[in-house]
Write a protein that binds this ligand. Structure first.
Ligand SMILES: [Zn+2]
Length: 266
């Protein structure tokens, strides 16, 4: 059984012009496309959250050099900008939705920016994106009483099941916050695995309900991104960052051609 740590990337909005509330944790469409080119260039194979957890549960092998691409909340740019980039490479990903934030019949307000609607979520699911739960109204789950905690988890599950025909099996804690009680409630609600934040690579020994992720931000340059997917946290010279930025502009142009081939194959 492989004990190799796996980097799990955490994205939020993918937007050219995010609002102030989502800016720091957003990436531009161009940066996202460049980051996917780096993932491909480094020979990483994206898998979904449930694929990672199932492999670690059963001992089945993972592809070589696995990585997870995850999106929290459900911003519209995940469909508009991230999906074409993912599809161009044939990459799998996971989207964790706060069901009360998405546009449509379950919208309870409170979303920070323009969100996906359910047709877009279904399209993402059809393109190989796993749809996971991220609560209904995005509260700090560890601050809720037992009843409200359970309702946040179950409501999210029921709405996703109603809209997609299958209940979500993976969960991401809003704000990354969880404690023993929250993790138990997530398990009892029927989620098979859950992701925290923690800014470290995921390891099997963390257990299926506390897998760590690394944050990709607006300020994450190509060299810093490469360190994230290599599980390295050590700072490098800025000169390397600049060299990579130039280098990957070339890679990206080349890949726009390759992407069409990959799409035709998928
Ligand atoms: Zn969130």
């Amino acid at each position: 059984m492989s004990e190799e740590p796996v980097p799990i990337l955490m994205y939020h909005a993918v937007a050219a012009e995010p609002n102030d509330a989502t800016r720091d944790l957003s990436v531009t469409p161009e940066a996202f496309a460049e980051q996917m080119a780096i993932v491909a260039d480094r020979g990483r194979t994206p898998v979904t959250t449930s694929e990672l957890a199932a492999a670690w549960r059963s001992g089945r092998p993972l592809p070589d050099r696995p990585v997870l691409i995850t999106f929290d909340d459900g911003y519209e740019g995940v469909h508009r900008h991230a999906l074409p980039a993912l599809a161009g490479h044939g990459f799998r990903a996971t989207l964790f939705v706060s069901t009360g934030w998405l546009r449509g019949p379950h919208d309870t307000g409170g979303a920070l920016d323009t969100m996906l609607d359910w047709d877009q979520v279904r399209e993402l699911a059809g393109a190989g994106v796993e749809i996971g739960g991220h609560s209904h109204s995005h509260p700090q789950l560890d601050q809720l009483d037992d009843e409200r905690l359970r309702s946040e988890l179950v409501r999210c599950q029921e709405i996703v099941a109603g809209q997609l025909g299958a209940a979500p099996v993976s969960f991401a804690y809003p704000y990354g916050y969880s404690d023993r009680r929250v993790r138990r409630a997530v398990r009892e609600a029927g989620y098979a695995q859950a992701l925290a934040v923690g800014n470290g690579t995921a390891r099997r020994s963390q257990g299926p309900y506390a897998l760590r992720r690394v944050t990709v931000r607006r300020g994450t340059g190509p060299a810093a991104f490469e360190r994230l997917i290599e599980g390295r946290a050590i700072a490098r010279a800025f000169a390397r960052d600049r060299a990579l930025t130039k280098g990957y502009a070339v890679v990206r142009r080349a890949r726009q051609v390759c992407g069409r081939v990959a799409r035709a194959r998928a």
